[in-house]
Design a protein around this ligand. Structure first.
Ligand SMILES: C[S@@+](CC[C@H](N)C(=O)[O-])C[C@H]1O[C@@H](n2cnc3c(N)ncnc32)[C@H](O)[C@@H]1O
Length: 262
């Protein structure tokens, strides 16, 4: 019997996203090759930091106020951390965590090169596995940004090497990691505190379906809140900023409030 030919990563990728996005896929796909609109973050910084404009929103949606205790659970290289630090202005505390030592070094450099010294004195750098955070510091933070490791389809599509190796297994292995990071964040935030969960993924399995699973497993502990800013398109639980309709993205985010009794 003839051996079944193995499908290439590129074909699997096309089949997967073509099926999910339907008629929108060719335009959405094309938009992932276009240069993103770089936003020059300057407010209170020693020098501008360039980032995808869509990346501003998860950090802004956390609505950080002076004096709060804030955790950026997956912080490197640090674009969103700069926004959180600028909101705190050296008050309260800002814990910047990342599991990767190399990326953590880069994170520290970004902070040191961009933030005035007074705005660095409240920063603590850590290298924990975020999914185990609940063991170290349960109910500690007023606010947590969880910008989770994700499929990053823009990157895959623009890298022949990554595209060649792509399989749907990539999403299947990321989704449980994202879910356990989010469960851990829910334990690490104070009762009444806020989490923003975000990814730069297109796959629903890494976005709304993570929130849906949390609703099934921990429904009595939190509520989903509407976004503060008008940007992108509504999804079932959050917002998606997509580059075929905006000049930046993809970025997905969802605001999650731990209940006072949760
Ligand atoms: C999407 S990136 C974060 C981007 C960053 N928030 C920014 O705006 O520059 C995800 C980060 O999560 C880190 N990471 C992956 N698994 C982790 C874990 N279990 N705990 C903590 N950090 C993790 C990766 O090293 C990576 O730097």
């Amino acid at each position: 019997m003839a051996k079944k030919e193995k499908k290439s990563g590129e074909l699997l990728f096309e089949e997967y996203y073509g099926k999910r996005w339907g008629d929108r896929w060719p335009i959405l796909r094309e938009s992932l090759f276009t240069e993103i609109d770089h936003y020059h973050l300057t407010e209170g910084l020693l020098q501008p930091y360039f980032l995808d404009e869509a990346s501003l929103y998860p950090a802004r949606e956390l609505d950080v106020r002076e004096g709060e205790e804030v955790l950026d659970m997956c912080a490197a290289p640090g674009g969103k951390s700069l926004i959180l630090a600028a909101a705190l202005k050296g008050t309260g505390s800002l814990t910047l965590n990342d599991l990767s030592p190399d990326r953590r070094r880069r994170l520290r450099q970004v902070m040191e090169n961009h933030l005035i010294p007074e705005w660095q004195k409240n920063i603590r750098y850590t290298g924990f596995d975020g999914s185990l955070w609940y063991r170290h510091e349960p109910s500690r933070f007023d606010k947590i940004l969880l910008d989770a490791p994700c499929s990053s389809e823009r990157h895959v599509l623009n890298s022949p090497e990554h595209l060649k190796k792509w399989t749907p297994g990539r999403i299947k292995s990321l989704a449980p990691r994202q879910f356990s990071l989010l469960c851990s964040a829910l334990d690490a935030v104070k009762p009444g505190g806020l989490i923003v969960y975000s990814t730069c993924a297109l796959a629903e399995e890494e976005n709304d379906l993570i929130i849906e699973r949390l609703l099934k497993k921990r429904n009595n502990r939190f509520q989903v809140e509407p976004p503060l800013y008008e940007k992108g398109e509504d999804t079932r639980f959050g917002r998606h900023i997509l580059p075929d309709r905006e000049t930046s993205g993809p970025i997905y985010y969802c605001r999650i409030r731990r209940l006072s009794e949760g």
